[in-house]
Every structure is written in C-alpha cells, then in structure tokens.
Write a protein that binds this ligand. Structure first.
Ligand SMILES: Cc1ncc(COP(=O)(O)O)c(C=O)c1O
Length: 445
C-alpha cells in the first residue's frame, strides 16, 4: 500500500530540522504519552464534550482554575471554534461588533454566518517597523460613542508578529460603555505565566489556541470565559460549530498540558523569555531589526526584521535551512519563529550559530509597502452577501470599482487592504498593486 502523504511527512521528519513553529510540543514532550491508544469516542467512561459531566468536565474545571476564569471550555477544533463561540455568545443577527482590523479569517466568516456586521477599528501603523501597532484609542472612543448597538469589542492580541494590545486600557474604556472585550489570544496561551494574559487584564472572554505555544496536539484550544453572563450558553455556542467527533487524543493532550503548566508554567516561560532575550540581542548586534524594541510585544516571540541586513524573509528562511531550522512564517521583511520550553539545547545552538554566521548583505531591502496610517474602504455589501455571492477572479489592474469577495491581507503590515463586501477604490487598487497582488476575487453582479 502506497502512503504518499504519510511518506512525505516521514521524509520531512527525517530532515531533522529544529522546530521554531507550532505546535508547542516540538515533537518531544507528548511523545512520552501513548496518545494514539487513547483515540476513543464518547463512552460511558470517557464523557462527552458537549454534554460533559465526567472526566472532560473535570478537565475543564481544572483549566478554569489555572487560568482564573469563571469557566473554560475545551476545543479540539482549534481556536477557530472558540472564536466562533465568542461571536455567537456576544451578538445576534443584526447586531454589530467593533472589531480589530487585524483578524484571523475565522472571525470574518463567523460574523458573516451569524449575520453580524463589523465596524472596523483602526490601528496605528508603526512606521519604522512597518507593522500594525496598537488600536487607535481615539477611534475606539469615537465609535463607542457613535454606535449604540455595539455588542462587543473584538481584539487580536498578540498578533502573528507578537504585537500586544493594551488590553488593560481598552477594557477600562469599554467598561464605561458596558461593552465586553473579547480577545483572540491564539498566540498567547502562555502569557498567563508571564503576567500578560488578556483575561487578567480585563477581557471578558479569550480564545486560546493552546497548540500554538504550549505542548498540545494541533487543534487543541481553550475558550476562557471571565464574565459570568457568557458561561451558561458557552457549551451550546461551541457545539453550534463544533464537530460531533472531537479528538480524544487532542483533548487528552490539553489535560496533560494543563498538569504540566500547573507544575512548571511560570518557571519554564520565564526561562524561555530569558533565552529569547539573548537570541534577540545576538540578532540585533548583527543589524537585524527587532520590532519589540518599538512595539509592546510577547517577550517569547522571535521576530527578525532581516530586510535591514539585505534579505527578504523568504531568502533568510533558505539560509536558516542550512542550519536545520524551520521557522513559523516569513514575509518580505520578517522571519517569525515560535519557540517553546520544548526547544532543546541543540535547537538553540543551531539558531544562535545561524544568527552569528549568516552573512549580512550590503543594502537594505526597501520596504516601500510600509504605510503611515490605515484607511477603511467603502462598504458595498454585507459580509454574508459578499461571501456567498457568485464570484469571479479579476486582474488587480482591472479591479477598480469592483466589490471584493475575499480578504486580501498582505504581510507586513498584516492589515487587510479589503474585506469581503468592500469596494476597491483607486487607493485600494494602488495598494494591492504595490503589494504585488495580481488577482482578486470579486462579486459577480
Ligand atoms: C491570530 C489567529 N487567530 C486564530 C487562528 C486560528 O487558530 P486555529 O488554527 O487554532 O483554529 C490563528 C491561526 O493561525 C491565528 O493566527
């Protein structure tokens, strides 16, 4: 029997690259547990995720205690499921959510499917980093005072590039209006152990993609509810979108991780922070730009601005391969690495050797895409109608006046140029061309 996909994965594994990408277990920690043999289904002994009353309920209660939530809920359908549930819990069809423009596609489709309209919040752009920075607080206050039908403020913190929002300050502002703050904390489950978790800073709910930075199998995530009024219907909201076949190995890995965090979380993430600080110092000394010098950031995320030493992120990743390092992500300017406490000495040695050895090039890569501010295009159709409409692909050069039916989000800065239902005006068309986007899906009228 030929197993092409399986063989390809084995082939990749045999390259023996150090994982600086998700999942956080790095192929090490969980291998000591026999998770494969625990691939059960709902049985009287094993409990049932959406009607939990036994061991799953216990696991959820324990993680709630650890994170200081009112209640926490397990997902084996990734953070996507937790985000869908947060949207369902805070707003009904016809309601509005004041929404960060830096978003994962799951929130856009959840709002579309539930008939909720976003009002987009502006972010400042950190010009020197070329990255989306903090939420524009004046814009937030203005929109909160203008729209009386807002049901929640939705933030992404941290972003893929590790940029954190001032959740404390934003929550205080929203509290004055009685509006809950809900946070896509996909990249920040570990922030609990560094005193930076959004739930501890005033958020009403967070969606934590535990598998990204913690030792959890891919797909494992937690919905944390702090505001008691969202607790009662949270399970129902999760089951609205969730598979009826949740993965028991994934759920078990969440529980193993929870136990490990209880005993080791604070110590291990402090050590990781120190290790990452050292790596950033080494990179900075070689001329690599480190955006956390300018932006409030996750102290364990390694974001290397290699454009300053003459590389695109894609070129630098090729160099990292020579040192057997696989990063999480790269773009025109940056390489993003996601480390965890399960990176071992060999991984760190490889990374440090790479950063000390890769030759810098003369001339910086000019990132002309970097912008000073963020503009919001005209809305021509609702998210729902734009996403379900018949669409056609057009050349970006011919896209003026069309209505986008997809999200186009270049990185950096990681802010969508257009969302589904938004008009491609002269400014948007110019930006799409500058970002090298050649084609775009638009509504076929
Ligand atoms: C910011 C952000 N939110 C949400 C998600 C979705 O998480 P998951 O893949 O666990 O469903 C991702 C995935 O990359 C993400 O980067």
């Amino acid at each position: 029997m030929k197993k092409h996909f399986y063989n390809a994965l084995i082939e990749y594994k045999n390259l023996d690259r150090s994982s600086f990408h998700t999942p956080g277990h790095k192929g090490k920690f969980l291998s000591e547990f026999d998770l494969f043999s625990l691939d059960f289904t709902e049985l009287p002994f094993t409990d049932s995720l959406y009607e939990a009353s036994g061991v799953i309920k216990k696991s959820e209660e324990s993680v709630s205690k650890l994170y200081g939530s009112e209640a926490s809920f397990i997902s084996s359908g990734g953070n996507t499921l937790c985000i869908q549930a947060m949207i369902r819990l805070t707003a009904k069809s016809g309601d509005k959510i004041l929404c960060d423009r830096v978003v994962h596609r799951s929130v856009v489709s959840a709002m579309a499917l539930l008939g909720i309209e976003p009002i987009w919040l502006k972010r400042t752009i950190c010009e020197d980093a070329g990255l989306a920075g903090e939420i524009d607080l004046e814009d937030l206050k203005l929109k909160l005072s203008q729209h009386f039908d807002i049901k929640a403020v939705y933030l992404t913190s941290p972003s893929y590039h590790g940029v954190l929002q001032d959740v404390d300050q934003i929550s205080l502002i929203c509290k004055n209006y009685g509006i809950p703050v809900i946070v896509d904390n996909a990249h920040g489950s570990h922030l609990k152990f560094l005193g930076l978790h959004p739930l501890d800073l005033g958020a009403s709910m967070t969606a934590d993609s535990a598998h990204k930075t913690l030792p959890v199998l891919t797909g494992g995530a937690w919905l944390h509810v702090k505001d008691a009024k969202f607790k009662e219907h949270a399970k129902a909201a999760m089951s609205l979108f969730g598979s009826t076949s949740p993965s028991y190995p994934v759920m078990a890995s969440l529980d193993i991780c929870r136990q490990w965090l209880e005993e080791n979380g604070e110590r291990e993430f402090l050590l990781l922070k120190e290790q990452v600080t050292l790596v950033k110092e080494i990179a900075s000394a070689r001329g690599i730009f480190i955006p956390s010098e300018l932006l409030l950031s996750d102290p364990t995320r390694i974001v290397l601005g290699v454009h300053k030493i003459g590389y695109t992120g894609f070129e630098f990743r090729e160099k990292l391969y020579e040192f057997k390092i696989e990063p999480e992500f790269c773009d025109d300017s940056y390489v993003v690495l996601i480390p965890s406490p399960f990176n071992d000495d060999k991984d760190w040695l490889r990374l440090i050797t790479a950063l000390q050895s890769i030759e810098t090039r003369k001339g910086k890569i000019k990132s002309e895409n970097f912008e000073k501010s963020m503009s919001l295009p005209k809305i021509r159709a609702s998210l729902f109608s734009a996403l379900i409409a018949d669409s056609k692909k057009v050349n970006t050069k011919d896209s003026l006046g069309e209505t986008a039916s997809e999200i186009i989000c270049p990185c950096p800065p990681g802010v969508p140029v257009v969302m589904p239902g938004e008009e491609i005006g002269t400014y948007e068309k110019e930006r799409l061309i500058n970002y090298g986007i050649e084609e775009i899906n638009v509504i076929k009228y």
